[in-house]
Write a new protein. Structure first.
Length: 97
């Protein structure tokens, strides 16, 4: 740390009290799995997990039911396939509903 910097400096982004966001990020689910993996194994391990989507939290198993791909060769393929079903965009907070 440079001498002129103070340990008491404010963080670049202020973290504070905010509205909670329901569900877990898709990236967190994807990082817990090893790739390639059959869709059925993903459903068995993470199907009950509620993921964040622009339409609110959804069970990953319900989303995967709409994915045609039976085998994910990579993390990116999994994420792309799930996002093709749920879309991308802002995730509503609990107060948005």
């Amino acid at each position: 740390m440079a001498e002129d910097e103070s340990e008491d400096e404010e963080p670049a982004v202020e973290l504070g009290e905010g509205e909670p966001v329901e569900g877990v990020p898709l990236a967190r689910v994807a990082s817990r799995l090893m790739w390639g993996m059959p869709k059925s194994d993903v459903e068995a391990r993470e199907g009950e997990t509620e993921i964040r989507t622009p339409d609110g939290p959804q069970a990953l198993g319900n989303v995967l039911a709409e994915v045609d791909n039976p085998y994910f060769t990579s993390r990116q393929e999994f994420v792309d396939d799930v996002r093709s079903v749920v879309g991308t965009g802002p995730v509503p907070t609990a107060s948005d509903e």
